[in-house]
Write a protein that binds this ligand. Sequence first.
Ligand code: NDP
Length: 829
Amino acid sequence: MKLKNYIHGEWIEGNSEGIKLYNSVTGEQVAIADTAGLNLKDALNYGRDLGYKNLSKMTFYDRGQMLKNLALYLLERKKKYYEISYKTGATHADSWVDIEGGYGTFFTYSGLAKRMLPNTPFWVDGDTQKLSANGTLLGTHILTPSEGISVQINAYNFPVWGMLEKLSTSLLAGVPSLVKPATPTSYLTHAVFQDMIESGILPEGAIQLICGSAGNLLENMQDGDSVLFTGSASTGKKLKSMPSISQNAVRFNMEADSLNCSILGLDSKPGTPEFDLFIKEVRNEMTTKAGQKCTAIRRIIVPENLIDDVQNALIKSLEQIKIGNPLNRETRMGSLAGKDQYNEVLEKINLLKTDTELIYDGKQELIDADYEKGAFMSPKLFLNDSPFTKDISHNVEAFGPVSTLMPYKDSEEAAALAKRGKGSLVGSIISHDNDFIAETSWKMATTHGRIFVLNRDNAKESTGHGSPLPTLMHGGPGRAGGGEEMGGLNGLHFFLQKTAIQGSPDVLTAITKIYQIGAEKKYADLHPFQKYFEEVEIGDALETAGRTVTDADIVNFGNVSWDHFYAHTDATSLTGTIFDKTVAHGYFILSAAAGLFVSGKKGPVIANYGLENCSFFKPVYAGDTITVYLTAKEKVNKGVKGRNIPSGVVKWLVEVVNQREEVVCVATILTLVAKKSPFVKINFKDFEKRLKNLKSETLPKWGRMKAQEMLEHLETTMKYSTGELETDSCKTPEDQIEAFQDSLYNFRKMPKDFPAPFLEDGKLPDLKYKNLDEAKTHFIESVKNYQIYYRENPEAEHLHFIFGKLNKEMMELFHQKHVTHHFEQFGLV
Ligand code: NDP
C-alpha cells in the first residue's frame, strides 16, 4: 500500500517507486512511502496562507477546545493504532507511551489553554509598566502567532507522540504545520494523521503530512517559518546550516541524541530501597522501546565500591527480560525499528568495544520471532573502568538496548562524569541523601535539560527517568541540540511573536481588552453585578457611597478575626512604627470595600472566586472615610462541565480611596458570573403575553405539530412535572441518565429532529380542547400551577419520560429548554 501524502488539502501519491517500509518483527513489507513529484513549495504556501488565516483568527481558548476534541476523537480509535504499532517492534507498554502519551499531551495543553489562556486571538504577556510620571504612557507586551509555517521533522522511535507533542504547541499557538515523520515508521503516523483529517475538527490548511523523503522542502523555508527537528545531531546540524534556514529568519529547534546518565547515590547500598529502584529504572530504560529512546540511560554512574553489586544485580535483572514478538503477552521487549537501525547500533557497539569491555551480551531466546527476520537485539552492558580517560562512553551513542557502567568516588566526580556527555536531555539521581542530591544536581544542571530524582518517597508515583512531561521542558543543551519543547505554556513562545505595545491607558485598554488604570470608566445606573457575563464590558464601573471607619469597627474586627496585632489594639506601642494611631486592619478595609461595592439583590454573579494582587498603600484610622471604585478589568471565559451553570470569571479592579482621594488599597477581585441563558424563564404572565401572537393558522418552522397540538403537548408535560399526570417509565437506559441530566445544565438547544419517544407509532394524540383559545387557557393554568406547586413543594421529585427522576432545579431547566424549543418552533421567542 502506498501512503498518500496530505498537502493542499488533498491526498496525493508520489510518482516514483518510493521507499519500502517493513514490519520490524516479521520483515514483511507494510507500505511504501513516496514523495516524488509533490509540489512542496506550494504546500508550504498553502499552509502559510490558508492554514495561518484559519488558525490565527481562532482564540487561544477555542484552539484549546479543538485539541481536546481531537484527542477524544483519536482516543476512540486507539485500538487500530495499537495494531499498527506492533509492526514497529513496540510492545503494548511501548505503544501506550507513544499513542496515549500523545493524547495526554493534547489533553494537558487543552487544559492549560482553558484555565490560563485568553479567549482572544492574542495573548497579553506580563504586567503593564507605567512609563511616565503621570501614567499617561503605559507599556505591555502582546503575543500573536508567528506568520509562517512550522515544519516538524520527527524521529522513527515515537511515530505518534513525536507528531502530537509538536502539534500540541504549534496548533495551540495558532501556527499551521507540515509534519514529516521519519520514513521507517511513517505508516503509523499516517494512520493517526488520516483520522485527524477525517475528524473534520481542524480548520483547512492547519496540518499537512508528507511520508518519505523531504525532497526540496527545507530549501523553501522563509522568514517567519520554523523547523522543529528530532533525530540525530549530525542531520540536525546539517539542516540548521542550510542557507534557506540560517540566512532567513527561520526559527530552528533541535532535539538530538544525547548520552543521558543515571547516578546511584553514595548512600544507596544493596538492601536500601534506592538500590533496587536504581536497578529497575536502568533496566527499564535499557529495554523499553528496545532502548530506542532519546532519553534512555546510556551511562550508569555508580559509587566505585558498588560497581560489582550493581553489575551483578543489573545482569540478573536483564537476563529475565523476555524478548520477542510484541503481540505475545509474555514479551517485555520488542525489536528495533528495522534492519538499518539494527546495523547502525551494531556499528556503535563495535566502536564501544574498542575501548571498553562488553560485560554482558544477552543470549535470550526469542518468543514467537526470529533473529533473522526481525530487527531483534538482546541487551548489552559495557564497563568503562576509567571513565575520566576513556572518553568513548561519553561520545558514542548506540541507539538500542545498550548502556555503560562507570565508577565514581564522590559527588564532585559524579557530577563531572554526568557533564562529560556535553549536554543531555535528562540525568537522574537515585539517592535518599538530600545533601548529596542537592550538591550533585547543582553541579550537573548546566549540561542537563531535566534532572529526575528518585527515591523511596516518590517511587510509587514516579513517572520515570525517561518520560518527558507536557508541563515540564523537554530538550537539553549542547549535544542534545539546545532545543526546548513543551514546558507548559512556555512551549508556545517558540511559535509566537512578542510585540511591546506603548500608548495611553485608553489605547492599551482597547488593544489588550484589559482595563488599565487611568483609562476612561463607564458609569451607569445598573449595578455591574446585575449584568450577565456577556453584558459586562471592560471599563464598566461603580463609585460607591462612603463609609467612615470608627474605633468600634477596629475593635470589633479584631474580635471577630482574633487578629490582635499590636498596631490595631495597643496605642502605647506605636512609637517607632509607621503608624500614628491604632490602624484599621487591612482585611477590614477590604471587607468594608466589599460591603460597599456588592449588590445585595440576587443577580448573575454566582460567587466570589478569589483575589489577586492586593496591596495596602496608606493606613486608615478611625475617622477616615473610605470610598470604592469598582471597575471591570478583564473577562476570562470558562469551560463548564457537568451540573454547573455556564459562567465566566470577571476580574474587577478595586480601588479604595480615603476622604483626600488618596488610594489606600488596590486589589483585583474575581467573581464567577453566569452567562445569559438563551432559554425563556418559566413565567405564566410572560407566556400569556407571548401567546397573544399565536394564531391557529401559524405554521411551525419545523415538525408537523399545529399550534394547538403544541400547546396541549406543553400542558401535558407541565402536568407530568407536578404529579397531576404520572408515568412509571423512562425511555433512557439507566447508564445514560446521568449524562442526559447533565445536558439540562448546558445552553445547547434541544434537537429539532428528536422523535418524541412516548408517541404510539409516532402518531400525535387527538386534540383535547375545542379550539386554540381554550388550549391557551389550559396551558397557562398548568404553568401557573407548576410555579405554585414547586414554591410549596421545593423538595418534590417526579419521573420524566426521557430525563429520569428530576428535582425542582432540573425540572425548571428542562421546561426552560422544552418551552423555548416549541416557542421557537412557532416564532414566539
Ligand atoms: P536522522 O537524523 O537521520 O533522521 C531524523 C529525521 O530527519 C527523520 O524524519 C529523517 O527523515 C529526517 N531527515 C533526514 N535527513 C533529512 C533532510 N535532508 N531533510 C529533511 N529531513 C531529513 O535520524 P535517524 O532517524 O536515522 O536516527 C539516527 C540516529 O538519531 C539514531 O541512531 C539516534 O542516535 C538518533 N535519534 C535521536 C532521537 C531523539 O529523540 N533525540 C530519536 C531517534 C534517533 P527520513 O527518515 O526520511 O530520513
